[in-house]
Ligand binder design. Sequence first.
Ligand code: ATP
Ligand code: MG
Length: 226
Amino acid sequence: MISATDIHKSYSIPGSSAPTEVLRGASIVCEKGEFVAIVGPSGAGKSTLLHIMASVDIADSGTVVLQTPNGPIKYSDLSSNALAKFRNSTIGMVFQYHHLLPEFTAVENVMMPALIAGVSKSDAKIKAMKLLERIGLSNRADHATQELSGGEQQRVAIARAVINKPLLLFADEPTGNLDTENANIILTLISELQREYNLTCVIATHSADLVGSAHRVVTMIDGQCR
Ligand SMILES: Nc1ncnc2c1ncn2[C@@H]1O[C@H](COP(=O)(O)OP(=O)(O)OP(=O)(O)O)[C@@H](O)[C@H]1O
Ligand SMILES: [Mg+2]
């Protein structure tokens, strides 16, 4: 379904002589509908790999190929505009720090990817409200995102990630900043959506509960998947 093969990525840090090699030939394959947890020590390269698989960052070398109903898509074959369009329609991404737009309300944040995809404002709002209801936040739809708790913000971020019915959902430590109760709500929500939408779900996490819900666990060490 999605395969990342022999991914290399280095970062140059201003003032330091040699670039730091973060990914050293990382490879991973995830099947359609599979829920994969990526674990490993801090600094192993989990977020970097996730960002490259989600096409929000670009590898120095290696290939990422996603099988879609219209055939395989190799990220490096797409222009940056085409990649942005592809990402909007195909990939949902939940970041560790939700990345909601603070100047917009909860419902506006959820609507955003649908509007970008060309859905009319009224239809986008209907879809977004359905999702907010689904995640138990319809009564918070018109609240500014700063007025929501951390757990509520993370639920909104998940709704935003799935509004375009993506094939893939990536989440980077989605429960990292939450208490146990909210972490459980997020875990349940992700598991339910994963099954309902038959999403391929790849999650970087330090949470034993999330790992326990995954179909498969991949361990990253020193920029490689084991
Ligand atoms: N933009 C960047 N510029 C320079 N170095 C970076 C950048 N992004 C990541 N790194 C470095 O790459 C390494 C891997 O980072 P990454 O965030 O992928 O690790 P991680 O496995 O997600 O860790 P954690 O569990 O702490 O989230 C780290 O040493 C980090 O400092
Ligand atoms: Mg990380």
